[in-house]
Write a protein that binds this ligand. Structure first.
Ligand SMILES: *Cc1c(COP(=O)(O)O)cnc(C)c1O
Length: 379
């Protein structure tokens, strides 16, 4: 219907990279000249800088966020057979990380308004085997640190944060990744801070966890050819770290831009609430870093989520679903639960839609997206 209007992608990375491309090419050229590719200088710099930005002492770069979870849990002392409580409403990588650490993932439902882990459900799921809880700071908003710390202290649990979507988010005065025993980040290209490939990091204030993690990621070697742990090869490439070093100083600004985009969406979408279009609730105001801007297309809407997504696509507006199938209903993970076990998660998967969100998305584009939603549900 409005096919003459310019298309709007879900994310636009070239917009972000274009102004810093020369700078990036220069640091890459320097590394090529030095031949400094593995566990190099840029990596050490980035580990220090990123951990400091999160208000934490140690950073250990690894190959991806999934490895940061898997190896990070082992570094925190998780043993095979330990139970770890995680939200059913997460990206599958959280579960993969737990399983690679040979721990047992215990899924719990989410809060339907925030899509974050339901801490009441989490408390009920605690058994004598429960060793840790993994809050997933989904879409860029943290799970309440105050409530989590209270829960973890009362039950003597380790908090291990999955902060893969929450670089520099904060809530209640705590920065993402700073209040648990350790936290995992991902630098997958489309994350708020992304490399030019895969990348991840564990951050922690615990010197022993940091030391074990450095060993685990490097063949379990404490020093060259002395293997004190059964480790693996999972290091953040020096080239990727160099790219991330260039990008890190811009992260606060980019996060702020995302928050402004979200605020404008919120304002424009407000009148559509009575038509069943409801944004996921923000309990972090300006410190929600909006990795994704997600709306729910509820039962009150005249059309369902899939139809809305199709109509937006016809209008040149790309959207996403994060995530369309709950983890416990995935073919490979059906032992984690049965249909109906996590009703809020299952309903959300049917209702959620991620709208275009990136630093530099203009007000005109935001208006175009909301106008298209309005037209789609009014016909
Ligand atoms: C991206 C992501 C991961 C995994 O990170 P990779 O770098 O892709 O391995 C883990 N958890 C969540 C919530 C994520 O969004």
């Amino acid at each position: 219907m409005n096919s003459h209007l310019p298309k709007i992608p879900l994310v636009n990375l070239s917009l972000q990279h274009q102004p810093i491309q020369t700078q990036i090419q220069q640091v890459i050229a320097e590394i090529i000249q030095r031949g400094d590719f593995i566990l190099g200088q840029a990596l050490a710099e980035f580990e220090t800088a990123f951990a400091a930005a999160c208000g934490v002492q140690y950073g250990i770069g690894v190959a991806c966020g999934t490895d940061a979870i898997a190896l990070g849990l082992q570094a925190c002392g998780i043993q095979p057979g330990d139970e770890i409580i995680i939200p059913a409403n997460t990206f599958i990588a959280t579960i993969i990380g737990v399983m690679q650490a040979k721990a047992i993932p215990i899924l719990v439902d989410c809060d339907p308004d925030t899509a974050l882990i339901d801490l009441t459900a989490a408390e009920i799921a605690i058994t004598s085997k429960t060793k840790a809880i993994i809050p997933v700071h989904l879409y860029g908003q943290m799970v309440s640190p105050i409530k989590l710390l209270d829960l973890a202290n009362r039950h003597n649990l380790i908090i291990f944060e999955d902060a893969a979507q929450a670089h520099l988010a904060s809530r209640e005065g705590y920065r993402a990744g700073s209040f648990g025993k350790a936290a995992a980040f991902s630098f997958y290209p489309s994350k708020n801070l992304g490399s030019f490939g895969d990348g991840g990091m564990l951050i922690t204030n615990d010197a022993k966890v940091a030391q074990t993690m450095r060993t685990l990621r490097n063949y379990g070697a404490q020093s060259k050819y002395l293997h004190t742990e059964i480790g693996t090869n999972s290091r953040l490439d020096n080239l990727q770290a160099a790219v991330l070093n260039v990008k890190l100083p811009y992260l606060e600004k980019w996060n702020g831009d995302r928050n402004l985009v979200a605020q404008y969406y919120n304002t424009l979408l407000e009148p559509l609430k009575h038509k069943g279009i409801v944004p996921i609730a923000n309990h972090s105001s300006s410190r929600h870093i909006y990795h994704l801007y997600v709306i729910r297309v509820t039962e009150k809407s005249p059309i369902n989520r899939n139809t809305l997504q199709e109509k937006l696509a016809e209008n040149g507006i790309e959207t996403g679903i994060h995530y369309p199938i709950p983890c416990h209903l995935q073919p490979a993970y059906q032992n984690l639960g049965n249909p109906g076990d996590f009703p809020n998660t299952e309903t959300l998967c049917q209702q959620i839609l991620s709208l275009p969100m990136y630093p530099g998305l203009s007000n005109t584009q935001i208006e175009q997206v909301v106008k298209a939603i309005e037209l789609s549900i009014n016909r």
